[in-house]
Design a protein around this ligand. Structure first.
Ligand code: HEC
Length: 172
């Protein structure tokens, strides 16, 4: 009898630990934005985390540009610096994807394997972004806010064109 009871108690403890671990896993998903780079990362893991930061910067900069453009009289200096940042990020984007830097390097990565199996298609999608962001930056450099506004949609289209094919969005 006593052994049955202690077995039951052990099962109860195991269930409780399971609940705690399960809770931690759920919290881990909820805190996906705080997915810190592990200590002593391999080059591929480092690349995956740096890429994540670069994309967040690209997303924030593009959003900041849109917010500025929606103002009554957008600050041309803010618009210019935003498009310059976007251009340097778009130009370096092709170097952010060394082979082996997908989910195998960072489990939270949203990079699809097609990036490496369809390298030509991925390169074309990256080039399309460079073309559109160059136009965006030229419009800003000329101080023509209307032209910048007109170039926002094609730029967003180049983001989406790549995301639709090569990014697997995960809950975060
Ligand atoms: C050539 C392909 C490509 C283009 C063009 C592209 N992206 Fe992405 N983007 C990706 C991939 C792939 C990921 C997933 C990367 C990962 O998780 O490892 C991603 C992820 C992101 C993320 C999520 C960041 C994170 O890790 O949480 C943001 C934000 C983002 N992109 C914004 C943009 C914006 C804004 C543009 C256009 C100005 C853009 N991207 C253009 C391929 C692209």
């Amino acid at each position: 009898m006593a052994s049955t009871t202690s077995r039951g108690a052990r099962l109860a403890i195991a269930a409780a630990i399971g609940a705690v671990i399960g809770g931690a896993a759920v919290a881990g998903v909820a805190l996906a934005h705080d997915d810190p780079m592990p200590k002593n990362p391999s080059p591929a893991t480092r690349a995956a985390y740096v890429r994540h930061e670069n994309f967040e910067k690209l997303g924030k900069t593009f959003k900041g540009l849109n917010d500025e453009l929606r103002k009554g009289s957008p600050d041309v200096a803010v618009v210019k610096s935003s498009t310059q940042t976007m251009l340097s990020l778009a130009n370096s984007l092709p170097t952010w994807f060394p082979r082996g830097s997908g989910v195998e390097a960072r489990p939270m990565s949203e990079a699809k394997a097609d990036i490496w199996t369809d390298a030509a298609g991925f390169t074309a999608a990256a080039s399309a972004l460079q073309v559109q962001v160059s136009k965006l930056n030229q419009a800003a450099a000329s101080g023509d806010i209307a032209a910048v506004k007109a170039q926002v949609r094609p730029t967003g289209g180049a983001c989406k064109g790549c995301h639709d094919k090569y990014r697997q969005e995960k809950k975060s």
